[in-house]
Design a protein around this ligand. Structure first.
Ligand code: PLP
Length: 398
């Protein structure tokens, strides 16, 4: 038996969402009934293959794409890696007519790290700054993009602050110079409307476990008409094996995970109906903290944001110490992947906070089901924890 020590309140839904019971059921059913390998020609295999194609259609319908444009992956990290490294490989096949890639300063490590790999291989990788409100600096982007730009990768919604980037303007600037656009949309589906065709990007990454689906499954969406400049394809595979996912992501299908992903996609519109209530609760949380504590500020407050995300600075209170005083509240100091490391959040320092200021920030992220009672209890817990850290600092210096 697995024992879980479950904090009383979960405000860390940007780290991972709780799987919707309907998704859990569909995943379980698929795991127990779809027993064939989807690549097998016999009836057991074909039943599993049909379920995968249904999930592809569900994902496409929910995300504004055509089924042909959906490549299933093991999550958004893999989708981002395939987008950046696979696109570069296709560019090389085409003779590498363009040699520059631009990434946003506040991207997730799942974009920044593959970009670093490319830089180590000699690719010209540029980082575009964000403004103090967290949104990409479009003036700087306009200066950076030129006829050598192969790809611009800017996330749709930031995982730490919830800030939404003006992707329509990014797409306009990039496409005007013949550059392609990738967006890491992992945090967006179910929180804001996400329509691949409307966004006009060429590639988009999504993740099952950020949208009430299973972990370890996601997708890279590819514009079916997009190609690297002068090339015949958009991507080259990063791993090699069988022909699954048109050879772009070979390996035996994760049937149950993909079925769960498809089911989660069908529920996105339902989650969107919760967005206004979620935003109201998030704003009530912020207002209560600001009213009852001095020295509270919200990062990215002036930008359009995801409805569920609050990144808040408690002046003079180290966030790790605050979290240590919150055993019954799940929240974080930054992205789950980078918390635990001593580095201040690159997202917050890119927005102009000093390292010391960034180390005083806590991310609180709500789900559709977060209740008023949970918000009230979280406010009390946060106020106690912050006050305690502040008073112990005062005692230390006396
Ligand atoms: N991109 C963003 C913006 C994220 O927030 C995350 C997860 O924290 C990822 C990518 C990684 O997604 P996955 O866990 O599906 O690999």
């Amino acid at each position: 038996m697995i024992l879980s020590s479950r904090p009383a309140i979960n405000l860390d839904h940007n780290a991972t969402t709780i799987i919707d019971p309907r998704v859990a059921q569909a995943t379980h059913e698929a795991a127990t009934t779809l027993i064939g390998n989807p690549s097998s020609q016999h009836a057991l295999g074909q039943a599993a293959a049909a379920a995968i194609e249904q999930a592809r259609q569900q994902a496409a319908d929910a995300l504004g794409a055509s089924p042909r444009e959906v490549i299933f992956t093991g999550g958004a990290t893999e989708a981002n890696n395939l987008a950046l490294l696979g696109l570069w490989a296709a560019n090389e096949v085409a003779g590498a007519p363009r040699r520059t890639i631009i990434v946003g300063a506040t991207e997730h490590s799942a974009v920044l790290e593959p970009a670093k790999v490319l830089a180590d291989r000699g690719v010209r990788v540029l980082e575009v700054a964000v403004l103090r409100d967290g949104r990409v600096d479009l003036d700087q982007l306009a200066e950076l993009i030129d006829d050598d730009t192969l790809l611009v990768s800017i996330m749709l919604a930031n995982n730490e602050t919830g800030v939404l980037h003006p992707l329509d303007a990014v797409v306009e600037l990039a496409h005007a110079r013949g550059a392609l656009v990738h967006t890491d949309a992992a945090q967006a589906p179910g929180r804001i409307p996400v329509d691949f065709a409307d966004l006009g990007v060429d590639l988009m990454s999504v993740s099952g476990h950020k949208m009430y689906g299973p972990r370890g499954v996601g997708a890279l969406l590819l514009d079916r008409y997009a190609r690297v400049p002068g090339g015949a394809s958009l991507l080259e595979p990063l791993i090699h094996g069988g022909g699954q996912e048109r050879g772009l992501r070979p390996g035996t299908y994760n049937t149950a995970g993909i079925v769960g992903f498809g089911t989660a996609a069908t529920l996105l519109s339902e989650h969107l109906t919760e967005a206004a209530n979620v935003a109201a609760r998030r704003d009530r949380l912020a207002a209560a903290l600001e009213a009852r504590l001095a020295g509270v500020s919200v990062n990215g407050a002036r930008a359009p944001r995801l409805p569920n995300t609050l990144n808040v600075r408690f002046e003079g209170a180290d966030a790790e110490a605050v979290l240590a005083g919150l055993p019954l509240l799940a929240c974080s100091t930054g992205s789950a992947c980078s918390s635990g490391t001593p580095h201040p959040s690159h997202v917050l320092t890119s927005m102009g906070l000093s390292a010391a200021e960034a180390s005083e920030c806590v991310r609180l992220s709500l789900a559709g089901a977060t209740s008023d009672g949970e918000i009230d209890a979280a406010v009390d817990m946060l106020i106690d924890a912050v006050s305690h850290v502040r008073s112990s600092i005062t005692l230390d210096v006396q």
